[in-house]
Design a protein around this ligand. Structure first.
Ligand code: S3P
Length: 441
C-alpha cells in the first residue's frame, strides 16, 4: 500500500498555453509487446513512461527481450522472435494495468512456458475470465482465483491452436489478447467483434509485417490474422494520448476565458469519440495539422471556453470514448440541461466501478445524477456547480483527473482523496495543468 496523496483543485485562472501530453498508453503497451516479438531492433519514440507501461516493459524483459531506455520517451527493443518467450523466474506484477494483464495473458497463452500474473488490489478485483475462457481453446491451462481473478497461473501448450471467437462484449483488450495469442498458433486466428473497438493492435501488427485482414460486419468487424508470421523490427513514433489530452481540453472548455492547444494528439477515429461529442455539445474545439504517422492519425487540438448544450450519446459510440466518460460527465454538469450517456455497462469493470464512482464524484459536488440501467444521467445547471466535496478515487487515475478538472471550474474547491494513481497513465499531470493556470494545493 502506498501512502495516499490527497490534492485540492481551486478555481483556476483562465487556462492559456500550448502543450503536449505523454504518449498513448494503448499504443505504448503494444509497441513494447510486439517489438519484443520482432526480429531486430525497434526504436520507439514518445513512449509513455507511466507506471502501467513500465510494468509491461519489466514483464517483456522478464520474458527475454532486451529493452533499453536511451532518454525520455526514447526506447530500444531487441526482440526475440515469435515463439521465443522464455519462462520468467518470478511472478509478473502488472500493477494497476488491465491492458498489460489481458494482452500479456494472450501472448503467454500460446507459448509453452509457465507464468504467473498478479496486480494491485484494483487489478486483482477485475474480471480475467473474459480472456481466460476464449484463450483456453488454444490449449493453454489457466488456474485463477474465484471468478477468474488474478493471481493467474498460465501454462501454454507445446503447439497452440488458432482461435475463432465472437466477442460477447466490445473490448479491445479481449480482441487484442486473442490476436496476440494467434501470433504463435499454426493457422488463422479469427475474431469477430460486435462493435468496432480501437484497432491499434491490428495497425501495429501490420506495421511489423503480419498479415491482418479486417472486414466490416454490421456495426462490428471480423479480424483474421495469419499465424506464425515473422515480425520484423520497425520503428514507432507514439502519438500523444487522446485520453490524456481530454483533461486539459475539457478544463479549457469549462474555465472561463481559457484558450489552449494540445499538439500531436492521436485522432484514430476509434478513439476520438469524445471530441465529436464535445463538438455536438457546442464546444469550441478545432483541429489543425492533421497528419498520419506510423499508420495512426494525429493533429493539434485547440479548445476555448464556452457554453455547452446537453447531449444524448448512443451506446454505439461508447467504445470510441470508453475511458472519457468521467470527464465527459464533468462537462455535462456545466451544460444547459440534462444529458444522458447510454450503454456504459463496461465502465463497471474498469480500474474502479466508474459508472457508480462518476455519479458519486458529481453528487459530492452538488450535481444531480442518476443511473438508470447502464445509462448515466447528468443534470447540468448551465454554469459552474457548487463543488466543495471530497471525491473518492478508488485507485482510479481517470477519476482523480476528472475530479481535479471539475474543481478547477466549480465555485468551491474540490478535494481528491488520492492522486497517486495518476502516475499510471499521465506522469507530470499536476505540473502540466498548473503550467496552464490550474491551482492544485
Ligand atoms: C484498452 C481498451 C479499453 C480501455 C483501456 C485500454 C486497450 O479497455 O478502457 O483503457 O488498450 O486495448 P476494454 O477493452 O476493457 O474496453
Amino acid at each position: 500500500m502506498t501512502t495516499p496523496r490527497p490534492l485540492t483543485a481551486h478555481q483556476a485562472a483562465p487556462l492559456r498555453g500550448t502543450i503536449t501530453v505523454p504518449g498513448d498508453k494503448s499504443i505504448s503497451h503494444r509497441a513494447l509487446m510486439l517489438s519484443a516479438l520482432a526480429i531486430g531492433q525497434t526504436h520507439i519514440t514518445g513512449l509513455l513512461e507511466g507506471e502501467d507501461v513500465l510494468r509491461t516493459a519489466a514483464a517483456m524483459r522478464a520474458l527475454g527481450a532486451t529493452i533499453t531506455r536511451d532518454f525520455a520517451g526514447a526506447w530500444r527493443v531487441n526482440g526475440i522472435g515469435i515463439g521465443g518467450l522464455t519462462e520468467p523466474d518470478d511472478v509478473l506484477d502488472m500493477g494497476n494495468s488491465g491492458t498489460a494483464a489481458r494482452l500479456l495473458t494472450g501472448l503467454l497463452a500460446s507459448h509453452p512456458i509457465f507464468s504467473v500474473l498478479t496486480g494491485d488490489a484494483s487489478l486483482r478485483r477485475r474480471p480475467m475470465s473474459r480472456v481466460i475462457d476464449p484463450l483456453s481453446a488454444c490449449g493453454a491451462r489457466f488456474c485463477a482465483r474465484a471468478s477468474g481473478r488474478l493471481p493467474l497461473a498460465i501454462t501454454g501448450p507445446t503447439y497452440a491452436m488458432p482461435l475463432d471467437y465472437r466477442l460477447p462484449m466490445a473490448s479491445a483488450q479481449v480482441k487484442s489478447a486473442l490476436l496476440l495469442a494467434g501470433l504463435n498458433a499454426r493457422g488463422s486466428t479469427r475474431v469477430e467483434e460486435p462493435v468496432a473497438t480501437r484497432d491499434h493492435t491490428e495497425n501495429m501488427l501490420r506495421h511489423f509485417g503480419a498479415e491482418v485482414r479486417v472486414e466490416p460486419l454490421g456495426a462490428g468487424r471480423v479480424i483474421t490474422l495469419a499465424g506464425q508470421p515473422e515480425l520484423i523490427a520497425a520503428d514507432i513514433a507514439v502519438p500523444g494520448d487522446p485520453s490524456s489530452a481530454a483533461f486539459p481540453l475539457v478544463a479549457a472548455i469549462l474555465v472561463e476565458g481559457s484558450r489552449i492547444t494540445v499538439q500531436g494528439v492521436g485522432l484514430n477515429p476509434l478513439r476520438a469519440g469524445l471530441f465529436s461529442v464535445l463538438l455536438e455539445m457546442g464546444a469550441k474545439l478545432s483541429v489543425a495539422n492533421e497528419r498520419i504517422e506510423g499508420g495512426e492519425r494525429l493533429g493539434d487540438i485547440c479548445a476555448e471556453a464556452g457554453k455547452l448544450k446537453p447531449i444524448d450519446t448512443p451506446p454505439e459510440i461508447t467504445p470510441s470514448m470508453i475511458d472519457e466518460f468521467p470527464v465527459l460527465a464533468v462537462a455535462c454538469a456545466f451544460a444547459t440541461g440534462t444529458s444522458r450517456l447510454r450503454g456504459l455497462g463496461e465502465l463497471r469493470v474498469k480500474e474502479s466501478d466508474r459508472l457508480a464512482a462518476t455519479a458519486a464524484l458529481l453528487a459530492a459536488n452538488g450535481v444531480r445524477t442518476e443511473i438508470e440501467g447502464d445509462d448515466l444521467i447528468v443534470h447540468g445547471s448551465g454554469g459552474p456547480p457548487e463543488g466543495g466535496g471530497t471525491v473518492t478515487t478508488h485507485m482510479d487515475h481517470r477519476l482523480a483527473m476528472s475530479a481535479l478538472v471539475l474543481g478547477s471550474a466549480t465555485r468551491e474547491p474540490v478535494r481528491v482523496d488520492d492522486t497517486g494513481f495518476i502516475a499510471t497513465s499521465f506522469p507530470g499531470f499536476t505540473e502540466l495543468m498548473t503550467s496552464l493556470g490550474c491551482v492544485f494545493a
